[in-house]
Design a protein around this ligand. Sequence first.
Ligand code: ADP
Length: 158
Amino acid sequence: MFKELAAVYPGSFDPPTNGHLDIITRASKLFPKIIVAVTDNASKQHMFSLDVRVALLKEASAGLSNVEVVSFSGLLANYLEKINTFILIRGLRALSDFEYEFQMALMNRNLNKNIETIFLIPDQDYTFLSSSMVKEIAALGGKTTGLVPECVEKKLHK
Ligand code: ADP
């Protein structure tokens, strides 16, 4: 049984996509509270600043009353300890995500045995969708309608 009321959905969300929003929406139906925790991923070069990514996620999830968007820095396991919440939500699009997500879930559990990772699968329309692909399309002048929330689309084409 889930004893916790809140679950954390961590990621870099650069930029947030409709795939991320699909996962947030699904998670918000499973838990009384979802904390979307935005961070900088050291292995990625970000297009949008942390503050902009937080603002975009806040705007895109405004219709979901039990979703809170925050930012954090440093080790996720330490952040979870700090807020005393140990359920993690991650999205799985395809088999190609599995290896990395599996490794990360086990490493997080290794860092803190209380951490449980729950994987959610998005609508099949979003299984091909990634932030990096959205950035590439926008950079080359392509349309991102239907791939990202409206506020993100506006920002991408500015
Ligand atoms: P990170 O840099 O931590 O991998 P991302 O913002 O790329 O952060 O992704 C956060 C989470 O959302 C990851 O679990 C990723 O697999 C998932 N995700 C990304 N795109 C999609 C999508 N289109 N559908 C479902 N889940 C997704």
